[in-house]
Design a protein around this ligand. Structure first.
Ligand code: UD1
Length: 364
């Protein structure tokens, strides 16, 4: 019997775990003796940051919710570790599977490893090199104690080798987030804003911003938004606002303008309906750069580094940095039809979860 703990906590985790759950359930129906316990740390807890994703992606109710809620990085880490440790002391899995790079990923990996439970990291090995990002610290700490790495790219493999990981613990399997994207694409749902604003394919831009570097300083956020509005040539800019960003927006008195349309965070199927048809996406997210690459949508990333370099070297993504002045030349290139076309990175084919479960079956 293989018994796995699957850890989720924050929005980008849900799309990464959904195909793994689906594959475990499919294999169990075929007779494989495998089961899991789905642990939600509660790092994200609003319906529009968490609950709606479970429904849309067909993820079952978590077996356990640690309900950690909001807090500082240390408060969340401590709350998740103590909650998960208690659970592990009741019952230990054969393997703890963590995904991505959020606080929940790191905290559960540490709690498991200290109780001698082996850890597998889905999306292991990626690095931005930017130690001001909490996610980079989470990646490095998690990978320093991970037993088995499921990687999305050759760059990730090389990062792990450079830090001394032997090849027999690195499994280049592709990208479970893209499994979810490809499985969901036929089911994308038109959001209300489409008809309300009379949007049309290629006639608007999608914007998301939530990184502390971009949003925590109100003056900087305001400058960024003003620049994006000015350079978009009157095209509507649809901005589903992350809760972290919303708090800052309230203080800067910029509650929408002629071209900027604020929205609540959207469900996965609605958000990607908008992305698939957008002229371009402007973002500081990492996951969205992968999704735009696969859907062939031009993407401008407002960061100085990326842990997903293949979205730039192979895909449609370009790093603009965090200086608002970089937006104008990029928008001009986009509007004159000169954005690169891009192609899809190796193994981002929709079958990553199958590969992961095959490998786990051989490991345990
Ligand atoms: C986290 C992840 C980041 C990921 C992002 C996606 C870490 C270190 N960061 O950042 O990698 O890209 O999620 O969303 O784990 N809040 C709500 N409702 C919620 C969740 C959060 O209002 O459901 C509020 C919190 O109280 C906090 C703010 O939003 O004030 C930020 O949430 P937090 O979980 O600290 O990190 P994110 O910035 O969302």
């Amino acid at each position: 019997m293989i018994f796995l703990d699957l850890i989720v906590g924050a929005r980008p985790n849900f799309m990464k775990i959904a195909p793994v759950i689906r594959e475990i359930e499919r294999r169990a129906r075929e007779g494989m003796v495998i089961s899991y316990r789905l642990v939600h740390t509660g790092q994200h807890y609003d319906r529009n940051m968490s609950g709606s994703f479970f429904e849309e992606l067909g993820i079952p109710e978590p077996d356990v919710n640690l309900n950690v809620g909001s807090g500082t990085q240390a408060e969340q880490t401590a709350g998740i570790m103590t909650g998960y440790e208690r659970l592990l002391m009741e019952k230990k899995p054969d393997l703890c599977i963590v995904v991505g790079d959020v606080t929940s990923t790191m905290a559960c990996a540490i709690a498991a490893k200290k109780l001698l439970v082996p850890v597998a990291h889905v999306e292991g090995g990626i690095r931005s090199g930017d130690m001001t990002m909490p996610e980079e610290i989470n990646r490095i700490v998690t990978d320093s104690i991970t037993d088995y790495f499921f990687t999305t790219s050759e760059t990730a493999n090389q990062n792990l080798r450079n830090s001394g990981v032997k090849d027999n613990r690195i499994f280049f399997v592709g990208n479970t987030m893209i499994d979810t994207l490809l499985a969901s694409r036929p089911r994308f749902v038109k959001p209300e804003i489409w008809d309300n604003l009379g949007l049309g394919p290629g006639k608007y831009v999608v914007l998301t911003l939530h990184r502390p570097n971009n949003v925590d300083d109100p003056a900087n956020l305001k400058h960024l938004l003003e620049e994006i509005i000015r350079e978009s040539n009157g095209l509507p800019v649809i901005f589903p606002v992350h809760p972290r960003t919303r708090k800052v927006m309230q203080g800067i008195g910029l509650e929408g303008g002629s071209a900027l349309h604020l929205a609540d965070p959207m469900g996965y199927l609605q958000f990607n309906y908008l992305v698939e048809r957008a002229l371009a996406v402007i973002t500081d997210s990492g996951g969205i750069t992968e999704e735009t690459t696969v859907m062939g949508v031009p993407c401008m990333t407002l960061r100085n580094s990326t842990e997903r370099p293949e979205t730039v070297t192979i895909g449609t993504n370009e790093l603009l940095g965090t200086d608002p002045e970089a937006i104008a030349p990029a928008m001009q290139r986009l509007l004159s039809g000169n954005w690169k076309k891009g192609s899809i990175p190796p193994l981002w084919d929709g079958h990553t979860a199958e590969r992961i479960i095959n490998i786990i079956a051989g490991l345990i």
